[in-house]
Design a protein around this ligand. Sequence first.
Ligand SMILES: Nc1ncnc2c1ncn2[C@@H]1O[C@H](COP(=O)(O)OP(=O)(O)OP(=O)(O)O)[C@@H](O)[C@H]1O
Ligand SMILES: [Mg+2]
Length: 478
Amino acid sequence: MSKHILIVDDEEGIRFSLRGILEDEGYRVSEAQSGEEALSVLQKKCPDLVFLDIWMSGMDGLVCLQKVKELHADLPVIMMSGHGNIETAVQALRYGAHDFVEKPLSLEKILLLARHTLEMKELRQENTMLRQAVSLDSDSQMVANSPIMQRFMSDLYKVAPTNAWVLITGENGTGKELTARTLHRKSKQENAPFVAVNCAAIPEELIESELFGHEQGAFTGADSAKVGKFELANGGTLFLDEIADMSLKTQAKILRILQEQSFERVGGTRTIHVNVRVVAATNKNLELAIEKGEFRQDLYYRLRVFPLHVPALRERKEDLPRLIETLSAHVERKYSMKAPLFTDATMKVFEHWRWPGNVRELMHLLERLTVLYSASCVDFHQLPPEMLEDIDNIVDLEKMPTEPFVFTAHISAEGFLQNCLHLDYKNAKHAFETYYLQHKLEEAGGNVTKLAETIGLERSNVHRKLRAGKETPDAVAE
Ligand SMILES: Nc1ncnc2c1ncn2[C@@H]1O[C@H](COP(=O)(O)OP(=O)(O)OP(=O)(O)O)[C@@H](O)[C@H]1O
Ligand SMILES: [Mg+2]
């Protein structure tokens, strides 16, 4: 759709000529002949850009500008004035005007300004959206309910604000990158950059330029100067991921830089000093790699000031319910689909599964199940066959009740109710009652007496129902 521009000027001739050239360029144009009229238009709709005259009878342009900004802080406003008063221009910029143009208006300049301003607005919006998309993932909280993860988080929170270098180890998909991001978020430099470098993904011959940057013409193809990751991370955290995959030659280079925290760009002579906290990660056994001569021992000790080992998911099955809730919410946002519920038998299978791909494997499974069974209840036989291979010996799944497992929080009420619509009466009633009681209990700060008072039930009755919520649906039927 074409962009909408509002012209605010008390001179009809100006409005007329501006409208003409802007409409010729394909813009939609509205007019207002005073500040008051402009504000009443802006209360109903928000254009993409405003040209606003400074000297108008009635409401002054600067006053109008401030009111416009109160209504739509992000709306770009270009001020127009016939008096060439630099102080007024500065004042307008201070009040949030995007730019300033002098009368008599150069129509060419007006078009150029309009185009640039609208492009910049679009870029800014795109940037905000991208940031939100990134932060959806990178700001996710770490689920850590199990005792082993509680200890892990306690270590993480202790080391985060110290600026000590950290070496994160752990199997594939355990949450090493999330750990690094959490370390940064909890550090004193949380507002400084977090720059991630995947050492395995950079070809040997490019690693120096990638990390240290290069000057223009440093090598064929270096058309312009480039800032390296070390410089980008200055003041913040440099996350060196998959460090075991670096060649010995690269390891030697990195070691020198890490020791000195200064370097020259490729093809440059100026020494650049940086102050970065290095957080490294690997899923390989570095001690073994050192024995085999594949990893430098000195680099290992340099990086491993504080080691953090992320436990495998099979060592912390208690985290599963919360992880499923959190990751389901993430999958729901990603696909705009409702995640399914799971029967107790399905949860049992999850509990017994080895999870060789750890949290990432769980995430992918939830994505698959959401696509296949959105907003319904997944029973164990709908799971991938390999997950069921040795389950027969452990539990008799067929005999397990098939009511949905009820998560305690985080699933949105709307999503939960949608899911309930796919259940039969008994299961839906059970699921709702459990969900309701658990939410109310949380609101009451875990105090059952307070909960009983709030919802108008006998305390003993509430106790019975809470216990029953963990058992079968029949137990809660009246
Ligand atoms: N404790 C957790 N709580 C919530 N989400 C988690 C947790 N651990 C991992 N995740 C999620 O699981 C996915 C994999 O995590 P991440 O990329 O940090 O793992 P990794 O160890 O770096 O994996 P790889 O070894 O494959 O590089 C991510 O989407 C992450 O947000
Ligand atoms: Mg990773």
